[in-house]
Design a protein around this ligand. Sequence first.
Ligand code: FES
Length: 185
Amino acid sequence: MSEDAIHPKDAPRGEPVTFFKKDRREFLMRLGIGAGVVAVGYQGAASLRSLVPNVSYDAPTTVKLGLPGDFPDGLKFLPDLRLFVFRDNKVFHAISAVCTHLGCTVRAEALSSIETRTVAGQPLKMTHRFQCPCHGSRYSGDGGNVAGPAPKPLAWYHLSIAPDDGQLVADLAQEVGHDFRLTLA
Ligand code: FES
């Protein structure tokens, strides 16, 4: 059909109605412009988003545990955190209660006789050992895996003192070696 064909609205009644090439070109041009606007808008939104810092809304990994005075000498179990906190006078360390096999909560068993051993070059008073009720893994007082399917020792976590209120703080994302100790002044 030629460019100067009769517009469909002017076509006599009963005649077949056909789009003009001009109309089709205009339609395709507008479609192209629309797609371009969407692409530019998307790119602009992505650029603006890159200016906003990424913020994690995950649960914080540092947890206040209470004042050091709230912890008696020996072991205190914090069930909500599945964490054992040990105190030997002014010295603290924390061991995870999460079994390294399949994640059950291990139980502490008091030793019949308390002894001090050298662990990772540091003295450590052994008051307990640990046992997993699920598949029988056993751990020594420093969390070392000694029997059962547990593939590795219980995790030790970093402890510090909160500068604002003096509470004990555990960082559950920061594992430390078995030589770690928090010693109060
Ligand atoms: S989950 Fe502890 S031994 Fe399997």
